[in-house]
Design a protein around this ligand. Structure first.
Ligand SMILES: Nc1ncnc2c1ncn2[C@@H]1O[C@H](COP(=O)(O)OP(=O)(O)OP(=O)(O)O)[C@@H](O)[C@H]1O
Length: 311
């Protein structure tokens, strides 16, 4: 394996043509991003943002795009690069007449693995997605969540270096979702890069190292969870005992809201230092100091509602 970035996109644009009309729909507009080895990268965006289109370009399933799209330093539509990739499409359909076990064998062989190699690996993957017991039943007899579990194992059985997971927990129960999170954590540990597309922001918060928010084909924001949900400016101090009444009055004068043992105010570090000095001088013991964070859902909704990206 070389040190090339598993996935790099530069100024990628894609316009779907509509019939004979020259103007079509701009699904991607100058998108640039890079994903490092072993990263779990979350792609977020509202319906129609261009997420699936981006994945299709990277998998060589779309035509008519411009810019650069590379997997492992090779053009994305290059066959050699694609052999190192796994893909779990959204709302996938597995062959209904195959058993779960045979499905894994078929997908593994299509990705260049031989039967002997697969015979050892398939039971391991069935176990990871908790499908050992149902491995020899036909896909048509599986529930949606069971199909999703086998679909995930089928995307991973050849042990790719990069995997695209489109809504991997769709239809899966909470225990299964936890198992899938565990699989993703293991992939990250092994150095496999995961490109995750999900509307479940809590899952993204739990799993992703880097996040991109896309809307109307453009990147609105990208960075680590920390960077995206950076603090709101509000500081919350919790005291070990209630502040004396005269200190309460002085704090209220400085626009600090006092509620029982808690104090809240808007401020940067110098303001925090001043408040701490004032509390300590009055003999108050401080239990904790925290900066209030946005959650990813707030950030997502604010960005998407305020994006005003026009086409
Ligand atoms: N084959 C197509 N022909 C014309 N327009 C298309 C085609 N496929 C997608 N689009 C349009 O491109 C835009 C992006 O679609 P895409 O499927 O990439 O969105 P998405 O972010 O994956 O959405 P969702 O979260 O709903 O799955 C949408 O406006 C969609 O209508």
């Amino acid at each position: 394996m070389n040190n090339e970035s598993p996935l790099r996109v530069e100024n990628l644009s894609m316009r779907y043509r509509r019939g004979l009309l020259r103007h079509g729909h701009q699904a991607l507009d100058s998108v640039s991003l890079e994903v490092g080895r072993g990263q779990v990268f979350g792609l977020l965006g509202p319906n129609g943002a261009g997420k699936t289109t981006l994945i299709k370009v990277l998998l060589g399933l779309a035509v008519g795009w411009s810019g650069r799209a590379e997997l492992f330093g090779e053009p994305a539509n290059h066959r050699a690069a694609r052999n190192r990739v796994g893909y779990l499409p959204e709302s996938h359909r597995l062959p209904p007449y195959l058993t779960g076990r045979k499905t894994l064998e078929l997908f593994g062989m299509m990705c260049g693995r031989d039967r002997r190699w697969l015979r050892e690996r398939i039971p391991v993957w069935l176990e990871k997605v908790d499908m050992t017991r149902d491995a020899d039943r036909k896909i048509r007899e599986y529930s949606k969540g069971m199909q999703q579990r086998v679909g995930l194992a089928a995307a991973l059985v050849h042990e790719p270096d990069l995997v695209f997971l489109d809504e991997p927990t769709d239809g899966v129960d909470p225990v299964g979702r936890a198992a899938i999170r565990e699989v993703i954590a293991e992939l990250r540990q092994r150095g496999t890069t995961v490109f995750l597309n999900s509307h479940l922001l809590l899952e993204v918060e739990r799993m992703c190292d880097q996040i991109v928010i896309l809307d109307k084909g453009r990147i609105l924001k990208q960075g680590s969870l920390e960077q995206l949900t950076n603090d709101t400016g509000t500081v919350r101090v919790v005291l070990a005992s209630e502040p004396p009444p005269d200190l309460r009055v002085r704090l209220a004068e400085r626009e600090l809201s006092v509620d029982g043992l808690g104090l809240e105010f808007l401020g940067e570090q110098p303001e925090v230092d001043l408040v701490v000095d004032q509390l300590r001088a009055a003999g108050c013991s401080i239990r904790s100091i925290e900066r209030e964070k946005n959650d990813l859902e707030d950030v997502f909704i604010d960005l998407v509602q305020g994006s005003g990206v026009k086409q």
